[in-house]
Write a protein that binds this ligand. Structure first.
Ligand code: ADP
Ligand code: MG
Length: 626
């Protein structure tokens, strides 16, 4: 028999693919099953338009059987089959896709589509087989043909016998080598689990002869015998293709568990059946608790991706933006090709559309949760709020508008969390900024002297307790045109006229402040009278972009850039300490120096900043005492 060579480029591609594209050998089965499923789809489609062909749902199935002795694995389908020419063109030319051709010549109706646009799937068989034989009979032909190849140097085609239209593919599974075992592809249980994993939701039954044990007829008590039993091993109708109204909360929870999306119960599910510019079904979950590795580098975001019921990727990262990386679930689309590489998927227009769509669905779901079930939203926020805040900050604030309404903070006037829009709705008539204070805990912030004046005016203050908070807010800049303002910044923007009194006070003490500034040279940028202090003697305020809290966060980072806030020491003119300073200035320079340094150290301590020289500080303290 004449042996035909593969086209030159096919041969090269074949080698490449077998050795590199598919890293998991087991997916050959997914490829062959999806081809069979396509073939049945095609027959179904023909039956819709051609009266001569009947489509009897019950007859259509995919059958798998393994023979350990002969080392063969056979897949049989009752699909459309292939003519001699089709065997030659479809299987002889690697990059030629029959599905693609079929798609082009037939307008798809009915949403009935064919998986797969890339003609390399079939060749995946050669990853596990050293010989593949395909016997096929087309619905359009009277005779059947056998195509046979060992994968490397070509193929033969000869006439064969076969009664019913369809295709039988027989793989001769490779012998084990020193470092690779192929026996698993002849093992019933292994095969069953591969089918379950990748092809569970193929619309046609996948049948397999499975060994079971039954009580032996007229045998002894407890005696059993091995019997072969045909079983349907796929579940056929996936939950995401079912109608929402048929499903209960428990069904979704069961699915979440089956899929091992998490060990918790999902807080919310989103079931989408989209039939627009791109068609897809999707079930998404918002988990309740943070996975243990969530805020680590090990955590991988992504959704399961199916092309028409066939799993093509376990974690498709491109479907989720980073700020929603906590979302679990899957997407199944008829418009996707049974694609081969991540690189290709990245550029897929359909996939991008789906991703965009999903993002807005997640956002609106979270928003409605916030509106209708505040308690649940707060539970969610405690687990993943940090991620949302990172989302505001990352990529130079590119996504801040998407996220700003999902943020929650503690505040000075409310017991629980507040949203930014709630804050703004409560703003006083004369208030033009959104005020915030930063600290380690709510309790500590509440005691901060910096908050006194703002709080005294009856303004609400947002409490920032996480290191990301202030960075996110800096990126946000404003909300509903109200600028964010730290209570610690040097200029509080309180729209107050400088009163005559304070001007006078300022002039009268100019020299004192100059002297103190010289004493603290290199440590503070300025020394001023404080307008915000009521009971405390001193505080540090920051001028410019970097606040004191940010300085702390930045200093704690491993690659710390020694970024420092520009600090201003503010003195409370109504505090007795102030009088002590004034008199020291006039009488005792040493004392002024001592007091100034002590007050500066106190201000550092209030801010939670480290003392520059603790030994010097204690010495100074002692000097005051004795
Ligand atoms: P794709 O499925 O992406 O088209 P494959 O390499 O998987 O690429 O298959 C190549 C072609 O061979 C298919 O398009 C189809 O025309 C044909 N083919 C493969 N398997 C079968 C089958 N079981 N029945 C009918 N045709 C098949
Ligand atoms: Mg295919």
């Amino acid at each position: 028999m004449e042996k035909k060579q593969f086209q030159a480029e096919s041969k090269r591609l074949l080698e490449m693919m077998i050795n590199s594209i598919y890293t998991q050998k087991e997916i050959f089965l997914r490829e062959l099953i999806s081809n069979s499923s396509d073939a049945i789809d095609k027959l179904y489609y023909r039956a819709l338009t051609d009266e001569a062909i009947s489509f009897d749902q019950d007859r259509y199935a995919i059958h798998i059987s393994a023979n350990k002795e002969a080392r063969t694995l056979t897949l049989t389908d009752t699909g459309i089959g292939m003519t001699k020419d089709e065997l030659e063109t479809n299987l002889g030319t690697i990059a030629k896709s029959g599905s693609l051709g079929f798609k082009k010549t037939n307008e798809m109706k009915d949403g009935h589509d064919i998986i797969g646009q890339f003609g390399v799937g079939f060749y995946a068989a050669f990853m596990v087989a050293d010989q593949v034989s395909v016997v096929s009979k087309s619905v359009d032909a009277d005779s059947a043909y056998r195509w046979q190849s060992d994968g490397s140097d070509g193929y033969t085609i000869e006439e064969a016998t076969k009664d019913v239209p369809g295709t039988d593919i027989t793989l001769h599974i490779k012998e084990n080598t020193e470092d690779e075992s192929f026996d698993e592809f002849l093992d019933e249980h292994r095969l069953k689990s591969i089918v379950k994993k990748y092809s569970d939701f193929i619309r046609y039954p996948i049948k397999m002869d499975v060994t079971t044990y039954k009580p032996k007829e007229d045998g002894e008590e407890g005696e059993t015998e091995e019997v072969q039993e045909e079983q349907i091993i796929n579940s056929m109708v996936p939950i995401w293709r079912k109608n929402k109204s048929e499903l209960t909360k428990e069904d979704y929870e069961q699915f979440y568990q089956d899929k091992r999306y998490g060990f918790d119960k999902p807080l919310e599910h989103i079931h989408l059946s989209v039939d627009g510019a791109v068609r897809y079904n999707s079930i998404l979950f918002i988990p309740e608790s943070t996975p243990f590795d969530y805020y680590s580098k090990e955590y991988e975001k992504g959704l399961e991706l199916y092309a028409n019921g066939v799993l093509i990727m376990e974690k498709c990262a491109d479907l989720l933006p980073d700020f929603f990386s906590f979302v679990k679930g899957m997407v199944d689309s008829e418009d996707l090709s049974l694609n081969i590489s991540r690189e290709m998927l990245q550029h897929d227009r359909q996939l991008k559309l789906i991703a965009k769509n999903i993002q807005s669905k997640i956002k609106s779901q979270l928003q409605s949760l916030l509106k209708n079930n505040r308690e649940a939203y707060e539970t969610f926020y405690k687990s993943f709020g940090r991620q949302l805040k990172f989302g505001v900050y990352n990529e130079f604030g590119a996504h801040k508008k998407v996220l700003e309404d999902l943020l929650l903070f503690h505040s000075s006037t409310e017991k629980g969390f507040v949203t930014l829009s709630e804050y703004v709705s409560r703003m006083k008539e004369d208030q033009s900024n959104i005020y915030y204070a930063t600290g380690e805990s709510i309790e500590r912030i509440a005691k901060l002297p910096q908050t006194e004046l703002v709080a005294d005016k009856g303004y609400e203050i947002l409490y920032f307790t996480e290191d990301v908070d202030e960075f996110a807010i800096k990126m946000l800049q404003s909300y509903q045109d109200k600028e964010f303002q730290s209570v610690s910044s040097a200029d509080l923007k309180l729209d107050e006229d400088e009163s005559e009194e304070s001007k006078e006070e300022l002039d009268a003490n100019k020299d004192l402040f100059e002297e103190m500034k010289t004493i603290l040279a290199g440590k503070v940028k300025d020394v001023r009278l404080s307008k915000r202090l009521k009971t405390h003697p001193v505080i540090l305020a920051a001028e410019g972009e970097v606040t004191i809290e940010m300085e702390k966060v930045l200093q704690a980072m491993p690659d710390n850039q020694h970024v420092k806030a520009e600090k201003v020491l503010e003195i409370n003119p109504n505090h007795d300490v102030f009088k002590a300073l004034q008199s020291a200035k006039d009488t005792d320079q040493e004392k002024l120096k001592l007091y100034t340094n002590l007050l500066y150290s106190q201000a550092l301590l209030i801010e939670g900043l480290p003392l520059e020289d603790p030994v010097e500080f204690t010495k100074d303290m002692c000097k005051v005492m004795v």
